[in-house]
Design a protein around this ligand. Structure first.
Ligand code: PLP
Length: 381
């Protein structure tokens, strides 16, 4: 059986979430219809909204359902009417592509946003501003100082959006504790179906829709709600609260895996190893190997991991996150992300380390053979 170690790409759909989707597909009505069928569908949507709201400690009316985490982030960045956008250099493409003219907030070599730089940027220009800082990075797992950044933003009259897509369900997330004004999340990272996301909005903040339509989602997102997907999202959100109990076990396996990998290959590095990270995410880098080759070899060996940030075509770009941290290119080129989940076992991570170390050794052997002159060539010389 192949071992799935790519939970940050997407988590397997939980059986209870799949069952909720299947059951809700049988619900006939449009949630906006006033008749009994419509009211039944509305109940499904509103139950899901209450579960998603509870996961991040807000009131249900603060939750705007979207079609993805990407859409939620774009709604946040375009919907609050702030013309200046300050975006951390660590952000996912969901945020960066929504803000092509954004000013970048630099990051430290530890993979954390530079708060002093953020303050300088805020102080330099009084234009109404939105700051976007993710709660946890999808590649390194580093948890960002969102509460501190939100306090700074507010001191300068700015609002703050946090992309919590990777954090929710892995660490406790509470909008009020974070002090964020807007927070994005995505169903498929929590064991819900892909195609559902949410933007959580501070109670009094006005939001212009990105998609206009029939006034759904209190006029904040047009389009008939995807009742079945949202039902799955709600159930996954409820399960995610309970799944936080698995975090210590997952963190233990991750640390074991990292220690074993570094023992087998002492010149490898765990990127941002000393930083506060998600319990499930490790970015393991080694010189002299290409990440995409490692990923393919590991796939053949039965282990599913990612190389850097996978984009939609499945190809691999050089990581902007690692560049922002100043990780040398030759090390970044050999970085693979391993992300664990509640089903991961000690045997899974031990098997992964064996397969990874064997592939690194094989690659290095073939490189050193390739650079050794053959006997024929040597005799010519
Ligand atoms: N933000 C982060 C940090 C992510 O890792 C991802 C997905 O990988 C997204 C946003 C986008 O979420 P979705 O796939 O729901 O559009």
């Amino acid at each position: 059986m192949p071992v799935y170690l790519d939970y940050n790409a997407t988590a397997p759909v939980l059986p209870e979430a799949a069952a909720a989707v299947a059951a809700a597909l049988q619900v006939v009505g449009n949630p906006s219809s006033v008749h009994g069928f419509g009211r039944a569908a509305r109940r499904v949507v509103e139950a899901a909204r209450a579960d998603v709201a509870a996961l991040v400690g807000v009131a249900p009316e603060q939750v705007v359902f979207t079609g993805s985490g990407t859409e939620a982030a774009q709604l946040a960045l375009t919907g609050v009417g702030r013309t200046r956008r300050l975006v951390s250099a660590l952000e996912h493409a969901a945020v960066r592509s929504a803000t092509p003219n954004a000013e970048l907030i630099p990051a430290t070599p530890e993979g954390v946003v530079d708060l002093a730089a953020l303050e300088r940027l805020l102080a330099a220009d009084p234009t109404p501003t939105i700051v976007s800082l993710m709660l946890a990075n999808n590649e390194t797992g580093v948890i960002q100082p969102v509460a501190e950044a939100a306090a700074l933003a507010h001191r300068y009259g700015a609002v703050l959006h946090t992309d919590a897509v990777q954090a929710v369900g892995r660490i406790p997330v509470d909008l009020k504790t974070l002090g964020a004004d807007l927070l994005s999340l995505s169903a498929h990272k929590l064991g819900g179906p892909a195609g559902a996301g949410a933007l959580v909005v501070r109670g009094d903040l006005a939001l212009q829709p990105l998609i206009r339509g029939g006034g759904q989602e209190r006029g904040r997102r047009g389009g008939t709600e995807a009742t079945a997907l949202l039902a799955g999202f709600g159930v996954a959100a409820r399960s995610a609260r309970l799944a936080l109990d698995h975090a210590p076990q997952i963190a233990y396996l991750l640390k074991e895996m990292e220690a074993a990998a570094l023992e087998r290959c002492p010149d490898a590095a765990v990127i941002a190893r000393g930083s506060l990270r998600l319990p499930n995410t490790s970015l393991l880098a080694v010189r002299g190997c290409r990440a995409e080759t490692l990923v393919m070899a590991l796939d053949l060996a039965g282990y599913a991991v990612s190389a850097g940030a996978a984009c939609s075509s499945g190809s691999v770009r050089s990581s902007a996150v690692l560049a922002a941290m100043g990780v040398p290119q030759d090390l970044a080129d050999g970085a693979i992300r391993i992300s664990l989940g509640p089903a991961t076992t000690a045997a899974d991570v031990a098997g992964f380390v064996d397969a990874w170390a064997a592939q690194v050794a094989r690659t290095r052997r073939s490189r050193s053979l390739a650079s050794t002159p053959t006997s024929a060539a040597a005799s010519v010389a």
